[in-house]
Structures are given as structure tokens and as C-alpha cells.
Ligand binder design. Structure first.
Ligand code: NDP
Length: 331
């Protein structure tokens, strides 16, 4: 038996292409003292991976050329020489785009597949769910009766943001690409409204969906959607700046055209990175896991099958082809 891996073969200068990756086979690793081997069941594909492929300074180290592409998986420990992990445990680990990975336990988290489905630990009860929880609670600080808008609303982070906002007694409004995604956000996730930013005249649609203006805009996309949102912000409103996916392939699309709105409305815009708040992860993960277990937090997944299909699935994610949390099933 061999280990399949996806290496970063070249750095993109615009859109990601399959030629930026290389699929190879290697021996399945064996653990040294203090290490364990995980057989991945699911690989998580996330928008941040586009940034890791670049050569530019960012908040995290870039992926290295010729090395296994960075990423998190959830899977089963198959061999261990680590005191805290034993064979048969399930864990989320950052072993990257490969079927079998070696971990020394750094950043690894044991999970219970009997509590909620294994894949959920990479989505709503994992990093994206924690991102929603921290961005909303720490930086959005919504109060009952306020209006919370979130972009990429059908996705891993956005779908959780709106549902958490509803639980706090807010009006939750999504922005998503296409009728199907918007219908899902309202009919399945229970948002009060969802605006299709691809349908044209986003400004008018937002005014109709947010008759009392917007108190919290949880921004996942940046660019033209953010610029339009700035027309609808209330006095002393908050913008947790979570992501800028509309500009990940071309940062020139991210220019802000309506700075005046920040002054007039005294908007607090706060960029945040989920890994800056490690002290909050335990509380967030516990709450999100309980909500999923109780059936109170819904989520949807797009699952590609086979590691060789991971590059295509990441390219699709960056173009909005995913519908819910993007995963790759490896088993
Ligand atoms: P999603 O599951 O939401 O997938 C990405 C979605 O982005 C797509 O489905 C698509 O939805 C939307 N999108 C793609 N291109 C564009 C575009 N040009 N304009 C507008 N929307 C676009 O991903 P996540 O929930 O995992 O991530 C959402 C955001 O949160 C990303 O920006 C990500 O980088 C960020 N993030 C930030 C973290 C932090 O610590 N700050 C941690 C985790 C995520 P649609 O079809 O609706 O357009």
C-alpha cells in the first residue's frame, strides 16, 4: 500500500489551475517517538489555501514548493508512539493533502465520531464554525432586534453566522450567489431573507431585505459586495472582516470606494483571524458541537471523492461552485 499526496508544484499568479499541483505516491509514514500516523477520512478545502499558495507575506506561513499542500484532515490514528493519541482514536490534524500523515500532536484535536458526523469537525464544529462564533460574538456583538448581514451565506462560515444571529434574536440576512443558494439559506437555514448578488441591483435588494439598515455586516467576500453594503450600515454598526474571497485571485478588486460611510456612520471595521483567539476555541467548539448534536445548527457539504480531485475542488470553491462546506472524501 502506498500514500497518495498532492504537492504544490507552482505558485499561481492569478487563478489557480490544476497544473499548480502534482500528485505523487510515497511510502506510508511510520511514527518516531512522540508521533502518530493518521489515515485521513476527509480533507478540508478552505479559501485560505489560495493565500498559502502565494509568495506574499500573510498571517501564516506559505505552502512550500515541492512539499505536501497544507490543510487539515479528520481521520483515524492507525499507529502511535505519542502518549496522548492511541490507535483507534479519531482526530483533526494539519497533515495536509495526503491520505496518510504524520503528526507530533501540535494543533491536533481528538474528536468523537459518535457525537456528530466526522466530517462536521472540519466545518460547522471545526475551524469555520469557530470563525463564525468568534467573528460574530467578539467583533459583531449583535443585540436582539438588530440586523445581521453575512456574505457567502450558504458556505461553511456564513451559514453558521446567520443561524447564530437568529438564536440571538436578530434579523439574519444572507448574501449568496444564485437562487438555489438563497432558497436554501432562507428555507433550510431559517434566515429571514437572502439576496442574490449575481441577480443585479444588489443595492435595491439590500434596502428591501434590511428595512431598518444593518447593524452587523459579517464580511466574507470584500470587493463590490462590501462597497454596496457600506450604503446600508447604521450608526455605530460593526463589520467583522473575516475574508475577502472576491479578491483572492486579484487583490485589485478589493478597493474600498465609500470611505465616507465609515466616518458618517462611525463604523467599527475589525479584521480578525480565527487563530488569534485560541483561548476561545474550546468554548466555541463545545457550543457548536452541542448545537449540531441537538439538531439546532444545520449545515451542508460539497464532497469531492478521491485525493486526485482535490485541486479541481479547490478551484471550484474559489469560483463559488461549492454549495456548503467543501470536503474531499479519501476513504
Ligand atoms: P465557503 O464555504 O463560503 O466557500 C466560498 C464561497 O465564497 C463560495 O461558495 C462563493 O459563494 C463565495 N465566493 C466565491 N467567489 C466570490 C466572489 N468573487 N464574490 C463573492 N463571493 C464569492 O467558504 P468558507 O465559509 O470556508 O469561507 C468564507 C470566508 O471566510 C472566506 O473569505 C475565507 O477566507 C474566510 N475565512 C476567514 C477566517 C479567518 O480566520 N478570518 C477563517 C475561515 C474562513 P457564492 O456562490 O455565494 O458567491
Amino acid at each position: 500500500m502506498k500514500n497518495k499526496q498532492v504537492l504544490l508544484a507552482a505558485r499561481p499568479t492569478g487563478a489557480v489551475e490544476e497544473s499548480h499541483f502534482k500528485i505523487v505516491e510515497s511510502d506510508i509514514p511510520r511514527p518516531n517517538e512522540g508521533e502518530f500516523v493518521v489515515r485521513a477520512h476527509y480533507l478540508s478545502l478552505d479559501p485560505y489555501m489560495r493565500g498559502r499558495m502565494d509568495n506574499e507575506k500573510s498571517y501564516a506561513a506559505k505552502a512550500e514548493l515541492g512539499k505536501v499542500m497544507v490543510g487539515s484532515v479528520v481521520g483515524e490514528v492507525i499507529e502511535s508512539r505519542h502518549e496522548k493519541f492511541t490507535a483507534g482514536d479519531f482526530a483533526v490534524v494539519g497533515t495536509g493533502w495526503q491520505e496518510y500523515g504524520l503528526s507530533n500532536g501540535t494543533g491536533a484535536r481528538k474528536v468523537d465520531p459518535k457525537h456528530i458526523p466526522l466530517s462536521a469537525y472540519l466545518g460547522v464544529a471545526g475551524m469555520p464554525g469557530v470563525t463564525a462564533w468568534i467573528g460574530l460574538n467578539e467583533h459583531g456583538r449583535p443585540k436582539a432586534g438588530e440586523t445581521v448581514v453575512v456574505s457567502a451565506a450558504s458556505g461553511a462560515v456564513g451559514s453558521a453566522v446567520g443561524q447564530l444571529a437568529k438564536m440571538k434574536g436578530c434579523r439574519a440576512v444572507g448574501i449568496a450567489g444564485g437562487r438555489d443558494k438563497c432558497d436554501y439559506v432562507v428555507n433550510e437555514l431559517g434566515f429571514d431573507a437572502c439576496v442574490d448578488y449575481k441577480a443585479g441591483d444588489l443595492d435595491t435588494a439590500l434596502a428591501a431585505a434590511c428595512p431598518k439598515g444593518v447593524d452587523v455586516y459579517f464580511d466574507n467576500v470584500g470587493g463590490p459586495v462590501l462597497n454596496t453594503m457600506l450604503n446600508h450600515m447604521n450608526f455605530f454598526s460593526r463589520i467583522p472582516l473575516c475574508g475577502q474571497i472576491s479578491g483572492y485571485n486579484d487583490a485589485s478588486l478589493l478597493a474600498i470606494s465609500n470611505m465616507r460611510s465609515f466616518l458618517v456612520n462611525r463604523i467599527a471595521l475589525r479584521g480578525f483571524i480565527v487563530s488569534d483567539h485560541m483561548d476561545l476555541w474550546r468554548a466555541a467548539l463545545t457550543e457548536m458541537g452541542e448545537l449540531v448534536h441537538a439538531g439546532k445548527l444545520k449545515y451542508r457539504e460539497s464532497i469531492a471523492v478521491g485525493l486526485e480531485n482535490a485541486p479541481k475542488a479547490l478551484i471550484g470553491l474559489l469560483a463559488g461552485k461549492n454549495f456548503g462546506k467543501q470536503l474531499v472524501n479519501l476513504i
